[in-house]
Design a protein around this ligand. Structure first.
Ligand SMILES: *[C@@H]1O[C@H](CO)[C@@H](O)[C@H](O)[C@H]1NC(C)=O
Ligand SMILES: *[C@@H]1O[C@H](CO)[C@@H](O)[C@H](O)[C@H]1NC(C)=O
Ligand SMILES: *[C@@H]1O[C@H](CO)[C@@H](O)[C@H](O)[C@H]1NC(C)=O
Ligand SMILES: *[C@@H]1O[C@H](CO)[C@@H](O)[C@H](O)[C@H]1NC(C)=O
Length: 285
């Protein structure tokens, strides 16, 4: 929400100004690269962290369906603001603090002041898990991030960790992913198997398709650097070369295009082509 104003002429009329977005389409999101799906979940966790620590106290979203959110340039935003509850529910005993979901029940503790401590946060976090994380996070997680993602799935599915801790793990994942730390244990010398052609692009490409590509026509994947791209090219039997341009993803990682061949090279200042030497003879140079 960008703002709201109350019109005194219209008795009690309230206007809200909302950012325009597109509906969240789970099926479409499922076909997006992991990095894009992670972005949606990270945005949600940042929002829930804000709601837990908001100036109004801890706020629960009562209707937590994907249709309550919209996508704006790849970011998740909350669009329906009326179904929220500020402040924890009142209670007399722990049994008043029951949180029921179709497959799981949880109980919060009734504090000495007579409120269910942390119930709003628990409700939000479990809803984030059952409506978003289950579908968006585990599928095709980069191998290096899998232990951290598994930890999040376990901890949120059982409500074993707070939103603060959950956000911390999400930010850790982002850091590991952005910094290429996970490449440390990889055979990075394989980049030597590639001839590097700077300021060159390819034309007449023979594309092949790969899973969760950024492009429907060919194989375009997010990489930390050319070494990671070389590791990927080596693992695809069809791959004979790849190129990296200045194009970046939201995390600042590079987009690399992988292909099985090309007919000729063209000048292109923004591009670098890497040709796999052992397969170079197969490509028409
Ligand atoms: C959750 O609690 C409700 C109300 O006490 C009960 O009817 C239901 O069976 C419980 N569900 C699970 C999965 O334990
Ligand atoms: C998650 O839970 C499963 C089953 O309880 C367990 O086997 C696995 O080791 C746990 N993973 C992590 C990262 O805690
Ligand atoms: C969670 O984080 C917020 C801000 O980052 C902080 O104000 C709050 O005290 C933390 N809550 C707990 C329970 O640590
Ligand atoms: C890519 O990053 C790894 C890890 O930081 C590093 O060891 C390697 O030299 C880098 N490769 C290139 C081509 O810069």
């Amino acid at each position: 929400m960008r703002g709201q104003c109350q019109d005194s002429a219209l008795a009690g009329g309230v206007m809200a100004v909302l950012e325009q977005g597109t509906p969240v389409q789970m099926i479409q999101l499922l076909q997006r690269p992991w990095e894009e799906r992670f972005r949606v979940c990270l945005g949600l966790v940042r929002l829930l962290h804000y709601l837990s620590n908001s100036p109004l106290g801890s706020v629960a979203l009562l209707d937590f369906q994907p249709r309550q959110f919209v996508m704006v340039s790849g970011e998740l935003k909350l669009t329906d603001l009326d179904d929220a509850n500020a402040g924890e529910p009142a209670c007399q005993a722990h049994s008043d603090c029951l949180l029921c979901f179709p497959l799981r029940n949880f109980t919060a503790l009734c504090s000495p002041h007579g409120v269910c401590e942390g119930l709003n946060e628990m409700r939000n976090l479990y809803n984030a898990y059952r409506y978003f994380f289950i579908y968006l996070l585990p599928h095709q997680t980069p191998a290096a991030l899998k232990p951290l993602v598994d930890q999040i799935m376990n901890a949120t599915g059982e409500l074993k960790q707070s939103i603060n801790k959950t956000l911390e793990v999400f930010e850790d994942i982002l850091h590991v992913y952005k910094s290429g730390m996970y490449l440390r244990n990889m055979p990075i010398s394989i980049i030597k198997d590639y001839a590097v052609l700077k300021g060159i692009g390819t034309a007449g490409n023979m594309e092949y398709k790969c899973w969760l590509s950024y492009s429907h026509q060919g194989c375009v994947l997010s990489v930390y650097n050319a070494t990671e791209a070389a590791l990927i090219c080596n693992s695809h039997p069809q791959c004979t070369s790849f190129s990296v341009s200045g194009q970046k993803t939201w995390t600042g990682r590079l987009l690399a295009s992988f292909r099985s061949g090309f007919s000729h090279l063209v000048p292109d200042v923004s591009s670098t082509v890497y040709v796999r030497r052992s397969k170079a003879s197969a490509a028409v140079l």
